[in-house]
Design a binder for this molecule. Sequence first.
Ligand code: SF4
Length: 67
Amino acid sequence: MGKWKVAIDRDACIGDGICASLCPDVFEMDDEGKSKVIKEIIEDDLHDCVQEAVDSCPVSCITMEEA
Ligand code: SF4
């Protein structure tokens, strides 16, 4: 079973909320209108939805690497 570390470059985030709607267990919009990671280390069950968020982010500011 794999583990991955998820991060966002918050300076680049434009706050469209795509990641939070695709994967609400991992991303949440904060009161600055930007996304934040609420679960930094994820396992297989969340990998596919985070990958979808990585692929869908219009400014490519989400990263996921093996932890
Ligand atoms: S998809 Fe990207 S730009 Fe949109 S809220 Fe998430 S991190 Fe920010």
